[in-house]
Ligand binder design. Sequence first.
Ligand code: SAH
Length: 362
Amino acid sequence: MGLTREELVEYFAQMGEPRYRADQVFRGLYQRRLRSFEEMTDLPKALRERLSQAASASKLTVESSFTSVDGTRRVLMRTGDGHPVETVFIPSEGRDTICFSSQSGCPLKCDFCLTAKLGLLRNLTPGEIIEQIVVVLNDVYGVGGETPHGTNLVAMGEGEPFLNFENLIKSLQIMSDEEGLHIVPGRVTVSTAGIVPKIYEFAKLERRPNLAISLSAANDKLRDKLMPINRRWPISDLMKAAKAFERTLKRGERFTFEYVLLGGVNDSDRDAAELAAMIREHRLNKVKVNLIPHNPAEQLDYFPSEPEQVKRFKAALEAEGISAYVRTPRGRDIYAACGQLAAKSVAVASIAAGIVAEPAGI
Ligand code: SAH
């Protein structure tokens, strides 16, 4: 688990096995989505036993799986050394989305995010990143079952993907293989809180996924407070990197700014005007803005914006010619929505605390 097809071929060559065995195992892991060598009955029994001793077809154990009233599912897994890994399946009519984790916990201290409270436990390996998708697809469609809509992937679970850059890129490379999961980069979005040097590095990749940058404030004073990573790479540096990335986009391609709307904190008409001015000042004309209503939790001191204010904020951006969308909260009742992943072993979030599954009415 976690080797590219070429690396598997090399591995089998060293075992003195023919190349087609590597292809069989690769398809076993990623097309048939088997999580043990014993189940790969197209391999001779002796080889299965040798592999079971020498290698690993599975790195994660599933601890629990929760289903929201809106159909969203959250799967809580553990690494071999006991760290939590969370993955969310978000069904939708067109295409399903899987939101996966790049790290267990997160080192960034975004003030409005529950995952921040875990701190960083550790980076996930390429195998652990990919297995999340295998486990969730099996959970929803049965082992090896067809995925009727295909799947979009978003690196928006626990962790900061650009602080685990190499493992992330390797896992995406393996997931794009047509002999395996075949999830091509165009169907993948990586979200960063703004690790500026990695945005430049990402921009240079030849086959790369889509990019989303979590912004949530358009001035340094507020962003320093909400997202302390801003003290290292302030908005002007981040905008330069965003512009450099934008220049590498092809015709029709866009990238995203995510903006978590926090009631009374960053959602005023003035905040919207400031955001629009910032986008114009840096001549970003291939950016769209995803407005994310804040998902509350008991330990967070923030509240969602009034639905009316969300509408005004969106309209203010649109009036300046900027595309803006409001993300519908999904899975709030099972701690599966954005910023709610904190390895909770409970199924139902507290309704009394205002944590309900219903969309914000927008
Ligand atoms: N670390 C990366 C990947 C996580 S993506 C990043 O920050 O981009 C998770 C998204 O959810 C980010 O855009 C983050 O700003 C947002 N988010 C965090 N806490 C939230 C909350 N409580 N409600 C809504 N969105 C939240």
